[in-house]
Design a protein around this ligand. Sequence first.
Ligand SMILES: Nc1nc2c(ncn2[C@@H]2O[C@H](COP(=O)(O)OP(=O)(O)OP(=O)(O)O)[C@@H](O)[C@H]2O)c(=O)[nH]1
Ligand SMILES: [Mg+2]
Length: 431
Amino acid sequence: MFSQLSERLSNIFKRLKNRGVLTPEIIDNVIREVRVSLLESDVALQVVKDFTKSLKDKLSEHSVINSVSPEQTISQFMQSEIVKLLGKSSPVAIKNGTILMCGLQGSGKTTTAAKLANLYIRKHNKKVMLVSLDVSRPAAVDQLNVLASTNEIPFFKDIDLSVDSSLSIAKKALSRLKDFNIAIFDTSGRMYIDESLMNELRSIYEIVSPNESLLVVDSMMGQDAVQTAKIFNENIKLTGLIMTKIDGDARGGACLSAKSVTNCQIRYMCNGEKIEDIEDFHPERVASRILDQGDIMSLIEKTVDQNIMNEDEFDLYKPDFDMFDMEKCLRQIEKIGGIKGILKFIPGFGKMQEMLKNTNIDNNLIGRQIAIIRSMTKKERKSPKILNASRRRRIAAGCGLPVCEVNRLVKQYESMRVAMNKIRKKGLIFS
Ligand SMILES: Nc1nc2c(ncn2[C@@H]2O[C@H](COP(=O)(O)OP(=O)(O)OP(=O)(O)O)[C@@H](O)[C@H]2O)c(=O)[nH]1
Ligand SMILES: [Mg+2]
């Protein structure tokens, strides 16, 4: 989402590389360029004014002027100002109670309700029930029901659309709350804010009396989304925002303006349509991504989270690393979003993108490699050393890929097996 802003800021820093000391003239130039970059990223005008004023004040302080390495100094100050702008990290998850999801039509409420339920169940070990209060169209209830059942999340089914209203469903569902730690209520959206939406939402809010009321905000809407959030917050007391579709090409303005304009904290960010595409909000990490300093912490967390989910089946360090283990490794990489998904978290990826523009990163490679392993017999997966030429030809034919791809995978397996042996013997020392 922040790629355009990130690129512009990188260019500012690049130009500072050859400057020896930080002078008032350089500060003025930088402030001007930062202002333009933020405005072009659709950040609210007042937010841009406050941000650049605060940055200028900090940079102009006596101790900073004439400091060596202007690039580093400005980058550090930018980092802390962006963190200040974004607010606080997601607080610890709620223990018990109700969560109300609201937002405009298509912002991602239903998808995010399921993602959130999944997060609370898998990461925080909670008993969670999903409830659809969206009776505006029958398909809405089905949508949440399908998401719930595909991901084995309890769903409140006692709904009769011919007689039930959103309020009666809410009351019935609340009586079942004793069997769960958390109930997440999905509501209907509207194309734009109107009185009937707000009346319905206020009535639901009074009945559910939620511990959390989260507004789902489509980051592609830019600044308009933030203005909408302000109105929602005036009608019901929001406890947080969830920014969705940050994987799209939104310019980042909504995210950067949200806290200042609405006085409401971003709590989660959603970066895709899959159930696991939700992450806690960490201002420092977002700032690092904007400044193209990578986000290794999120990458590690993502990997660890996925591993915890499959802890019983995941033991890379067992003595006989075989093709079954190799497949598990590949599946982990696939879950993080393939090779491109991993690269996004690496420092300097913004700059790398330019270089990689003409390089075809093969994001389907992992899928093909998994297909090759699945075309092997159990015996071959357990003892890959028996993979002679005729077996390799059979495997290639089985998955519809050329033999050279099978050969490449076997070679890669061999290197991984050697590496795993080294790690097992010496601990995590890479030589
Ligand atoms: N790329 C991407 N798509 C998303 C994300 N979140 C939701 N979507 C997609 O956005 C579309 C709308 O999502 P819904 O969850 O149905 O939105 P909603 O707010 O419940 O919509 P209404 O109930 O009609 O108001 C779906 O196609 C989702 O898959 C996200 O973080 N990234
Ligand atoms: Mg919906």
